[in-house]
Write a protein that binds this ligand. Structure first.
Ligand SMILES: *[C@@H]1O[C@H](CO)[C@@H](O)[C@H](O)[C@H]1NC(C)=O
Ligand SMILES: *[C@@H]1O[C@H](CO)[C@@H](O)[C@H](O)[C@H]1NC(C)=O
Ligand SMILES: *[C@@H]1O[C@H](CO)[C@@H](O)[C@H](O)[C@H]1NC(C)=O
Ligand SMILES: *[C@@H]1O[C@H](CO)[C@@H](O)[C@H](O)[C@H]1NC(C)=O
Ligand SMILES: *[C@@H]1O[C@H](CO)[C@@H](O)[C@H](O)[C@H]1NC(C)=O
Ligand SMILES: *[C@@H]1O[C@H](CO)[C@@H](O)[C@H](O)[C@H]1NC(C)=O
Length: 451
């Protein structure tokens, strides 16, 4: 019985006073206050693919004797459909974890999550040597544990499993460094998320030393203490497979003396909210997605021929970037900038994109400003902010009105009113004048004969 209890505990299948809640639609079962008092209501969790345990005491089971499992228990474990186990708000004695982790090898659990847990003490991981586990994805959020440095022995005992792991996240856990040796163990890791920690420029270089994380494709470093754009570049340039890098919510600065080149494989780059007042160079040459929203950019004058999505919301741009520099662009977000109008030729180019957002800009609703936006909306390309988030800031009599409601006609164009008589005169005089008038009609927004 002891073993069964411990095993259920290890898998979190032990329930507290009937407090398991099963959500059939989500196939998610949550149990509160883990304890051995009752195993009755856990039965309902057996139909769940995800089981979550919140709160309770694991310390009490540290001294439990553990022997090997009998065949019927192994069979029972093999028949469980649970794929994901979440432990939350728990004090986890590492010694206990080390003893029960190997039982996961009899299950089909692929994802293990520890959220707001405190790992206590040091476990002996020798028994895990040579053990394979089905777990491919391991997540820690807001956890505290003994430092990772100096634990090479533990890691090497776990290495048969860790070298098959594909996803690892350690977020919100005050991590300051990742020793070089760790990256060498995670040979199959594709996804590493280290967001919301205390990593600094100096700690990155050893973390991604030669041979570390050789298959890494996605790296999240958002919300750390990174400062130098170029030092980060130098640190990740040994990751040959890197496709996505998130540096958002760090305060980045340039270091002009560096000539670092980003990995050629890099396609998705997030520099959102990094305090930039200019575009830093170099940018990865094969980028497909670039997020530089929430910065202080006044102008974006770059060309990237493979770029598909460009996010520049929440900056200080006074004009849309030149779309000609991005031949395959399909998405452009420019919300909350200082753009006052979209000229007609720009509207034509933007009209070729699938997803354009330019809400929250201080539009000049004199005829050309409002007309360009109305034309763009007419093509059905403006995102969900249209029409409510598109308002006029000038001229005074339109201030606060929706751009959509501004009547746009050639007659209301100030410039057109001035120029129109001239046009008429020209029309009478020459064929060119006639062409000018005809051309101006379908577009309405352009004053005719504008020079
Ligand atoms: C199950 O989860 C869905 C989706 O989150 C939710 O709408 C529903 O209310 C939940 N059902 C129960 C019984 O809690
Ligand atoms: C879990 O235990 C805590 C304190 O021990 C208690 O406040 C809470 O109500 C319990 N939760 C449930 C769902 O039983
Ligand atoms: C983080 O975990 C601690 C327990 O280790 C908990 O007290 C705290 O509320 C958690 N913080 C958040 C933001 O979840
Ligand atoms: C970039 O990061 C920000 C904040 O961390 C996030 O909100 C945004 O969705 C990310 N952008 C992309 C393109 O993933
Ligand atoms: C633009 O600013 C408004 C108001 O501050 C905010 O609610 C909205 O989320 C912002 N939109 C974007 C895309 O940043
Ligand atoms: C708005 O546009 C009109 C016509 O193009 C121009 O005369 C006027 O100065 C602009 N107003 C502002 C505030 O930019």
């Amino acid at each position: 019985m002891n073993v069964a209890v411990l095993l259920l505990l290890a898998l979190g299948l032990l329930e507290a006073e009937g407090r398991c809640f099963f959500n059939r639609t989500q196939e998610h079962c949550v149990c509160y206050n883990l304890s051995e008092e009752s195993i009755n209501s856990i039965v309902q969790c057996l139909a769940a693919t995800a089981v979550e345990f919140r709160g309770g005491e694991l310390e009490r089971y540290v001294a439990f004797p553990i022997s090997d499992l009998d065949p019927s228990t192994i069979e029972m474990l093999g028949s469980l459909i649970i794929r994901k186990v979440i432990f939350g708000d728990l004090l986890v004695p590492e010694i206990l974890l080390a003893r029960v982790l190997r039982f996961f090898s009899y299950t089909h659990v692929q994802e293990l999550v520890f959220d707001s847990c405190i790992f206590e003490g040091r476990g002996n991981w020798d028994e895990m040597a040579g053990q394979d586990l089905p777990i491919l994805s391991l997540h820690f959020h807001n956890v505290t544990s003994a430092p990772l440095t100096g634990r090479e022995q533990d890691l090497s005992s776990l290495s048969s499993w860790l070298e098959t792991l594909q996803e690892l996240s350690i977020t919100g856990s005050h991590v300051t460094s990742l020793p070089c040796g760790i990256g060498g163990v995670f040979r199959a890791l594709r996804f590493l998320d280290m967001a919301q920690n205390s990593l600094e420029d100096e700690s990155l270089m050893p973390a991604f030393c030669k041979g570390a994380f050789p298959q890494l494709q996605v790296l999240g470093l958002q919300r750390n203490n990174l400062k130098s754009y170029h030092r980060v570049c130098e640190s990740v340039q040994l990751l040959p497979e890197l496709q996505q890098l998130d540096l958002s919510q760090n305060r980045l600065m340039a270091d002009p003396s560096s000539s670092c080149q980003w990995p050629l494989s890099l396609q998705v780059f997030n520099l959102s909210n990094t305090g930039l007042d200019e575009v830093l160079t170099p940018l990865p040459p094969s980028l497909e997605v670039l997020d530089m929203s929430c910065n202080h950019l006044h102008a974006v004058d770059i060309s990237l021929s493979s770029l598909k999505k460009l996010f520049l919301s929440q900056n200080m741009l006074q004009a849309a970037p030149s779309i000609k520099n991005y031949p395959v662009l399909d998405t452009l977000h420019l919300d909350n900038n200082s753009i006052t109008e979209l000229p007609g030729d720009e509207v034509k180019l933007l009209g070729h994109l699938q997803d354009v957002a330019v809400a929250g800009n201080p539009y000049n609703c004199s005829c050309s400003g409002a007309g360009g936006l109305q034309a763009l909306a007419g093509m059905g390309h403006l995102g969900q902010g249209w029409p409510h988030d598109y308002t006029c800031h000038s001229p005074p009599h339109y201030q606060g009105r929706l751009v959509q409601d501004v009547p746009v006609s050639v007659l209301q164009c100030n410039s057109a009113v001035v120029i129109a008589p001239l046009c008429i005169a020209l029309t009478l005089l020459s064929l060119a004048g006639a062409v000018c008038l005809v051309r101006s009609r379908p577009r309405l927004v352009r004053p005719c004969c504008r020079v």
